[in-house]
Structures are given as C-alpha cells and as structure tokens.
Design a binder for this molecule. Structure first.
Ligand SMILES: O=c1ccn([C@@H]2O[C@H](COP(=O)(O)OP(=O)(O)O[C@H]3O[C@H](CO)[C@@H](O)[C@H](O)[C@H]3O)[C@@H](O)[C@H]2O)c(=O)[nH]1
Ligand SMILES: [Mn+2]
Length: 609
C-alpha cells in the first residue's frame, strides 16, 4: 500500500485461502494503521516499507522530529499487534469489534476452512473521500477475499486462489498490471512499480512483454546457508540466461503481469494494448461491486470455462507458476527477468531440513510432471520458443532424473569397495583421463559459478551437500510420485511451506546446525551415509593389507570418491553417533536399522552375483 505511486492507481487484494475471521480482523487493523503509516513513509521517505521489517532495524533514537514520530508510530504498530494477538489467543473476535464492520457477518457457525461461501469485502474504497490517511490524502483500495470452498469441488490450490483473485480484481479495479506476491514475502523497494513500468511502456519492446519476474530473496538466510535455500547461482546465472531468450520463468511470486496476457490473450504485433485505467468502475457502489465480485469467486463459476486451461494460471501441476509462464510464452509473449541490486521482494526460506526437502519435492515433482505432460517444452514449445529456452526449462524439469545418477554415484563405488571390485582403469593410463576430466571439470565449473556469485568455500560445500541430500530424497520421491501419477494411482497436491517458525527450530537454524528429524527422508540419508562410511573403512583396511594382485592407485581413486561422500555426510554421522548432537540426535534404532539394511543388501548382492 505504501509504494511510491499514486494511491488511486493502486489496489491491494488479500486472498485468504483459509477464510479466517482473524485474517479479516487483522486486515481491518492493518487498514487503520496504514492511515498513519503511509503518511509517515511519505514524509520521511523511509525504507523498507513493511513495518515489521522496518522496526526490526530502526529503533528511533534521538529526539528530533523524525525520532519522535517514529516512536509514536511504533507504539501504534505494537498496539495493533498486541490487539490482534489477543484476539487470536481468545479464539474469538469480540462483539464490539465485529459490530464495527459489516464484513464479520459473513462468518457463522457453519463456516469452516474447507467449506464456506465466498467472501469479498472492500475494506478501503480508494475512490471515495471517506477513507483518507491522517494527512487527508487518498489511500489505495484494499480488498479482502476468500473464495468459496466446497469439498465437492476441486479447489486447485494456489492456482485456483489466484484465478479467483484475477476475476475479483477485474470487477473491482481491473488495472492492466497485476503484481503477484506470496503471503510470506514483502516489498523492499518503494520504487519498484515505476521501474517495471519502464519495461511495459518501452516504445520498442514493451508491447510484447507479458511479465517481469524478480528473483526470490530471503531475509533469514544464515551466513553459510546450510540448507542452500538462497538459490543465488540459479538467480544470477541460470534465470538471467533464460531471461536473455525472452523466456524468463514465472516463479509464482514477485512477478508483475500484464492482465491481458495472464488471461489467455494471444500476442499479436498488430494490436498493441495500452495500459489504461478502467473508468467504468467509478460509477458502481461498494455494495454493487462486492456483490458482483462474490459470484466470480464461487466454485461453480469456472465450470465449462477455459479457466485453468487457456485462461489464468494452469491447473493440475504443483508448480502452476512455471507451466503458466511457459504457456504465456508459447502464446507469443516475451518475459523479462529483472534482478536489480536493491532487492525488490524479500521472503522467508524454510528453516528445517524436512521443510526444505518437502518444498523441493513439490517443486521437482511439479517440474517433472510438466516434462511428462503435453506441456513438455520440446513438444509444446517447438517453434514457439527458442531451442535454448526449451533446453533452459529442462534444467529444472529434469531435476528428478538426476536422482538416479546420484544414487548410482553414491552406491556403486561403495559396493565395489566393499566387494573388492575395481571400478576405474589404472590412474596412470590414458583411459583414466575421461573420468578425471568429468570430475574436475564439474567441480571446477560449479566452484567458478559459486565464487562469481560471492559464495565462500564453506557455502559452496554446503550447497554440494544439499544437492546430494535433495537428490537422494526429494528428487527420488518426486520421480516415484510422478510415475505413480502418470499411471493414475495418485493426484496432485500442494504441501504448504510452514509459515510459523518454532523458537527451538529457529535457534538450531540460526546456529547452522542441520536438524535431521525423523522422517523417511532421514532414513534414506542415514542408510546411504552408513554405506559410504563402511565402504571407506573397508577400503582403508584393504589398502593396508593389500596383496600383490590389487593396485593401490586404483583403490585410492575409488576411496577418494567415497571419502568425499563421507566428508559431505559428516553432519549425518555426528547426528547418528553423538547423543548430544545439538540439532537432535538421530534415534539409535534408526541408525541400527540403516546399518542392518546395508548388510542385508550386501548379502543379497553377493548371493545374486
Ligand atoms: O491451497 C493453497 C496453497 C498455497 N497458497 C498460497 O501459495 C503461496 C505459496 O505457498 P508456499 O507454501 O509459501 O510455497 P513456496 O514453496 O514458498 O512457494 C514457491 O513455490 C510455489 C510453487 O510450488 C509457487 O507458487 C510460489 O510462488 C513460490 O514462492 C502462499 O502465498 C500460499 O498462501 C494458496 O493460496 N492456496
Ligand atoms: Mn513460501
């Protein structure tokens, strides 16, 4: 709401997919607070304009006018927060509060998260003169909405929510540009709106631009980013490269869309769309607007329409954003990737290993699903987007397949060490060169990439560990799940990333300690780590007791490979063997099971071969 942009041209919508009365209450409180906050931002040109992020670093020391006003506004903010928290704690919005706004009458005893009618409430009507800030200036329109939920209708997760939002906003404001932002992100730069307009209004290329995507940044990344959440290499190198083809990926959040292109319009050179305000809306009353918009958020509205297919976000995929971006590009539009120095949006990254792996499982599953569907870039995009862009998409779409290769790397050399089979040619022979080249080139390349993005060695090492863990778990599951889905055994779902962080979890996270938890993911990680450790130990024994038939050089090459895996897995051994491991030790029973599994597997292999 506090972007440096004429407020009468800004319209803010909050889509509450849980349909909570408390969210509605919090929004009403926020609307009231904005009447003081926006003039304060304007007057002192403060940044960032998310009050939570602002007060985390600005304490208001000194006694000049600014400091005084800051203290005053912080007090308002803290009061607001404690009021909201009190209401949530009581589990009920007090009658005197609910009498204050007609919107609360939408909630009754039958209203539940999964089953409720649609709610659309215009909290601030930016057109009127009643809703003004403390300086008497106009405010942006602010709308609360919760689309209808009914267990009998599929809701299509985020894609369904965004499509309802697109329709509701077309009724109430119908602005030509839409910014999409996840609930766990905030805008960090008040000038972003002006900046992106330069892309859309560019005289030569603007008319073909469908959307401008910013990278996802997070404000809770630890120094060495032990869960490798930051994606800096991807952001700075890969996504920028795709942007160069005019095929920037749509990443779901931090993206400005041209409404027309999001609503299925096919690009045509001849009809250039102008960015204009829709003046027909001006005449309608708030009640009329709300009534008309509500219908658009009903479950049955989409029946028999192209919503979810050609219009709006595409349904049936866990990464609705990526597939939607692809369809827009295949309709002839271009997209821009914009990664300015000053971060435009900042969000929250997962703070536990299992959350991070679940998120990657959803992503990789959705991606692979696209590859296996009719939207496969090589088929669907053929002749529509450049070959380079088609290949660029597949870097991500084929993530799950990498898990097979990694599993081979992790298991085969170890089994060979355990059985005494030699894997490589003699290191002194020419035949060894391709192996050495593949290994060194890959490491060298990723190191150069990481250093050019400002990584430290430790951070790069953590990234390698996370790639290993993700491929052993998330991507493997994604591969199996997608196969099941292709065979028709299960359906798409969307596991939401946790939004509330437990204080214990936070401490462990801030200390950069990996918490392994007790998921099936952990069982896989421990089993593979034990296999590598046993293999390395066996290799070492063999090296000492070597007979003449074995070559120490060959053995060493195998041991280096295995040794690197063991080094990456050090935290796993710590959690498995140190009962005082800070991130929570892995239960002994799990460790024993893992070792037993390795032995059973070994015996099985011995018997089979
Ligand atoms: O049924 C649902 C599920 C999710 N959401 C919203 O979707 C957003 C993203 O969900 P989150 O759990 O934060 O997922 P992330 O893994 O952080 O999301 C990333 O990955 C998603 C695709 O998997 C993209 O849609 C997101 O934009 C991108 O930030 C949030 O604002 C949610 O409120 C809904 O509205 N309805
Ligand atoms: Mn998120």
């Amino acid at each position: 709401m506090s972007y440096s942009y004429p407020p009468d041209k800004l319209n803010v919508y909050l889509s509450d997919d849980g349909g909570s009365e408390f969210t509605f209450y919090a929004l009403i409180e926020a609307a009231r607070f904005s009447k003081s906050w926006i003039p304060f931002c304007r007057k002192f040109n403060v940044e960032p304009r998310s009050p939570e992020a602002f007060f985390a670093v600005n304490l208001g020391l000194g006694d000049d006018q600014y400091a005084q006003q800051l203290l005053h506004i912080k007090e308002l903010f803290d009061d607001m927060k404690s009021r909201i928290e009190a209401v949530i704690e009581n589990g009920k919005v007090p009658d005197e509060v609910s009498a204050f706004h007609k919107g609360f009458s939408e909630w009754n005893s039958e209203f539940s998260k999964q089953n409720h009618p649609s709610v659309v409430q215009i909290v601030i009507d930016g057109r009127g003169i009643d809703d003004v800030d403390t300086d008497g200036c106009r405010l942006p329109t602010l709308v609360y909405m919760a689309r209808e939920k009914n267990p009998e209708w599929p809701h299509h997760f985020k894609a369904g929510a965004v499509n309802a939002l697109i329709r509701v906003s077309s009724e109430i404001s119908n602005s030509p540009i839409i910014l999409n932002l996840d609930c766990d992100m905030y805008p960090n730069n008040p000038d972003t709106v002006q900046e992106i307009l330069c892309f859309f209004m560019d005289e030569e290329r603007g008319y073909e631009t469908a959307y401008v995507q910013f990278p996802q940044h997070y404000d809770n990344i630890t120094k060495n980013d032990h869960y490798a959440n930051s994606n800096d290499v991807i952001n700075e190198i890969e996504l920028a490269g795709l942007g160069g083809y005019g095929a920037a990926l749509f990443c779901g959040t931090g993206c400005f869309h041209r409404r027309e292109s999001l609503c299925g319009r096919i690009f045509s050179k001849d009809d250039k769309i102008e960015l204009k305000t829709d003046n027909t809306i001006r005449e309608k009353s708030v009640n009329e607007l709300e009534k008309a918009a509500k219908v658009l958020a009903d479950c049955c509205y989409e029946k028999g329409t192209s919503w979810g297919k050609e219009v709006g976000l595409v349904y049936g995929c866990a990464v609705e954003d990526i597939v939607t971006g692809l369809t827009i590009q295949c309709r002839g539009w271009k997209s821009v990737y914009y990664n300015p120095k000053k971060k435009a949006f900042i969000g929250v990254a997962p703070t536990t290993l299992s959350q991070s792996l679940i998120q990657h499982r959803r992503w990789s599953e959705g991606m692979f699903q696209i590859f296996c569907s009719r939207y496969c870039p090589f088929i669907y995009g053929r002749g529509k987007i450049k070959l380079g862009a088609q290949m660029g998409y597949c870097i991500y779409l084929l993530w799950p397949l990498c898990s097979l290769a990694t599993l081979c790397y992790v298991t085969i050399p170890s089994f060979c060490l355990l059985r005494g089979t030699s894997m490589f040619p003699q290191p002194s022979s020419l035949w060894f060169l391709p192996y050495a080249y593949a290994f060194l080139a890959n490491c060298g390349y990723s190191l150069v990439e990481a250093f050019s993005c400002g990584y430290t060695l430790q951070r790069w090492w953590n990234l390698q560990r996370m790639w290993l863990i993700r491929r052993e778990t998330s991507y493997l599951y994604a591969l199996l799940d997608t196969t099941m889905k292709q065979l028709g055994f299960s359906e798409t779902s969307f596991a939401i990333t946790a939004k509330v962080v437990d204080s214990n979890d936070r401490k462990t996270y801030e200390k950069e300690i990996i918490d392994f938890g007790q998921s099936t993911f952990t069982s896989i990680i421990v089993t593979l780590a034990m296999l590598n450790l046993l293999a390395l130990a066996t290799g070492a024994i063999r090296l000492v007791t070597l007979d003449k038939s074995e070559s120490p050089m060959k053995l060493t090459a195998q041991m280096i490979l295995c040794g690197l895996l063991v080094m990456l897995n050090v935290p796993v051994y710590q959690a498995a063997f140190n009962r005082h491991y800070k991130g929570g030790p892995i239960p002994t029973s799990n460790v024993i099971r893992a070792i037993a599994f390795v032995f059973v597997f070994l015996v099985a292999i011995e018997l089979l071969i």
